[in-house]
Write a protein that binds this ligand. Structure first.
Ligand code: NI
Length: 177
């Protein structure tokens, strides 16, 4: 168990196609454990192996409170999508930034678990977004390619949020008087 270094945008490894996993060796198990540690340490909701510099088709996801276990998907393939959602997205490889991305509102992926048993993972909303985002990493794609408008600084956005709260407080004051 260890925290690995997260590769950041501009690193060519993030633009490469990942290779299929043929067998879950002790090294692959260690990689998956480290990916989970690294994701939780960085407060992320998903991580793909190329983000820690390993060109293998493995993703981990943990983004839903109903989920009691993180999702580990080996050699995942998107088998079904439907609907559309437009919202804010971020990535541990693009620190401090966020952007608006349209994704399916439902996604289903098929892949393998750590026992190399075939599994299906499906989800809506944030989980659908996470599935699509993480699978994109395995083909060398970052969400920044899909951003509508400008990539924004998270710190700027927090300032806007603070202003909105302030306005709401003012408004409430006027109502009372
Ligand atoms: Ni990402």
């Amino acid at each position: 168990m260890a925290i690995r270094t997260i590769r950041e945008i501009g690193d060519p490894i993030l633009e490469k196609n990942c290779k299929e996993v043929k067998e879950v060796t002790p090294r692959i198990r260690e990689l998956i454990d480290d990916m989970l540690d690294t994701m939780y340490d960085a407060s992320g909701v998903g991580l793909a192996a190329p983000q820690v510099g390993i060109l293998k088709r493995i993703v981990v996801i943990d983004c839903s409170p109903e989920q009691d276990q993180p999702i580990v998907l080996i050699n995942p393939v998107l088998v079904e999508t439907s609907g559309e959602q437009t919202g804010q997205e971020g990535c541990l490889s693009v620190p401090g930034k966020t952007g608006i991305v349209t994704r399916p509102s439902y996604a289903k992926a098929r892949g393998f678990n750590e026992e190399m048993e075939e599994i299906e993972v499906e989800g809506e909303d944030l989980l659908a977004r996470a599935i699509c985002h993480e699978l994109d990493h395995l083909d060398g794609h970052l969400y920044t390619e899909k951003v509508e408008g400008e990539l924004m600084d998270l710190s700027q956005l927090e300032e806007i949020d603070d202003d909105e709260e302030y306005d709401e407080e003012e408004f409430d004051g006027e109502e009372e008087s």
